[in-house]
Design a protein around this ligand. Structure first.
Ligand code: FMN
Length: 365
């Protein structure tokens, strides 16, 4: 029987266990988006995970709309990521970085007052902290031109190249949670009438082009992708979500990706999606490669996911924040520390690198 503590292969990388750290934006990269020593320490502290998927990282300046979030579109940012990769590798870990463009959820304050870009002229539900203040209402985006789409596709590919040049093990394409790729995928926000909108195949075109360009840049065996078929972040939804995401997964098979990462809360654990069908079992069935699942898992439910062949590995988000030694705590059945959410996005070490490790991890030495 395979356990969550057993090694696994994800494309080009071999993981020492199947406990993966989910990508989590923490806002410690300063106004320039350059990862520094603090981030290197944070990720190295958690290197006993089979794989660390570092937080959403902007592929271009116009895709970065989260205060102090990292980027990977200039040399300084690449150098910063290089020191993070070095620290993680020295600590025996493996590191992917999640690549995003926030699309319509970038507040104009980040763009000198310009409109954000998206699939269409949409206005996401929600507010953002910006350099000009807290809780600023988002504006209406402008649709990308055909040329603009192709520039964004290349931005993903270039950022992926930078990640590998910086010494990371791979990248995860962020196609989830209502950001730019998802703004093309779902029909509540893609109102286009050209080849990038309308039917499901057209709405998936942007995702396919990004995946193809990133795979060409660094090799499909270093590329994962994250989807959140039933997540309603920023008010996105899809009237055909079962079919849309089934098609998405089938189309992704063409690329031979390292993994598919599904963020979908276990039934009953998340109110917002309670009325939607739980798609993970079906999507797992259609995807030819390794599947990672995430959303409210415990070590027990994670083991059950492997036993029932729902997944090959399980990602944990919040539990990793206050438990840098999460793998060891799971293994020994130790109590988990509870994170303080007021520090999720604050700029310094408090609630970030100051959580204690109780014991060394037996299986990761
Ligand atoms: C502080 C915080 C930041 C997050 N940032 C990201 C992110 O950058 N990219 C992403 O895809 N999901 C992000 N998420 C979602 C997590 O990756 C994960 O899906 C979620 O926490 C559910 O998993 P869990 O129940 O194990 O915590 C974030 C969640 C939290 C709590």
């Amino acid at each position: 029987m395979t356990t969550i503590y057993d090694p696994m292969n994800l494309g080009a990388v071999t993981l020492k266990n199947r406990i993966i750290m989910a990508p989590m934006t923490r806002g410690r990269a300063g106004s320039s988006g350059v990862p520094g020593e603090l981030m290197a320490t944070y990720y190295a502290q958690r290197a006993s995970a089979g794989l660390l998927i570092a937080e959403a990282t902007a592929v271009s300046a116009d895709g970065r709309g989260w205060l102090n979030s990292p980027g990977l579109f200039n040399d300084e940012q690449q150098a910063g990521w290089s020191s993070v990769a070095e620290s993680v590798h020295q600590a025996g870990g493996k590191l992917f970085v999640q690549l995003w463009h926030m699309g319509a959820t970038v507040h104009p304050d980040f763009l000198d007052g310009d409109k954000a870009v998206s699939s269409s002229a949409i206005r996401p539900k929600g507010k953002h902290a910006t350099p000009l203040g807290e809780g600023r209402e988002l504006g209406t985006a402008r649709p990308l031109s055909i040329e603009g789409i192709s520039i964004q596709v290349q931005n993903f590919a270039r950022a992926a190249r930078r990640a590998i040049d910086a010494g990371l093990d791979g990248v995860e394409i962020h196609a989830a949670n209502g950001y730019l790729i998802d703004q093309f995928t779902r029909d509540s926000c893609n109102l286009r009438t050209d080849d990038y909108g309308g039917n499901i195949d057209n709405r998936l075109r942007f995702m396919r082009e990004v995946v193809a360009a990133v795979c060409k840049a660094i090799g499909a065996d270093k590329v994962g992708i994250r989807l959140s078929p039933t997540n309603v972040s920023w008010g996105v939804s899809d009237s055909q979500y079962q079919e849309t995401f089934t098609q998405a997964v089938k189309q992704l098979n063409e690329f031979g990706l390292a993994y598919l990462h599904l963020l979908e809360h276990l039934p009953g654990t998340e109110k917002a999606v309670a009325k939607l069908d739980y798609l993970t079992p079906q999507l797992r069935k259609y995807f030819d490669g390794p599947v990672l699942v995430n959303g409210g898992y415990s070590p027990e439910s994670a083991q059950k996911a492997l036993d029932s062949d729902l997944a090959d590995g399980v990602a944990f988000g919040v539990p990793f924040i206050a438990n840098p030694d999460l793998v060891a705590r799971f293994e020994t059945g130790s109590e988990l520390a509870v994170p303080e959410s007021q520090y999720f996005y604050t700029p310094d070490s408090a609630g970030y690198t100051d959580y204690e490790s109780q014991s060394p991890c037996r299986i990761c030495i």
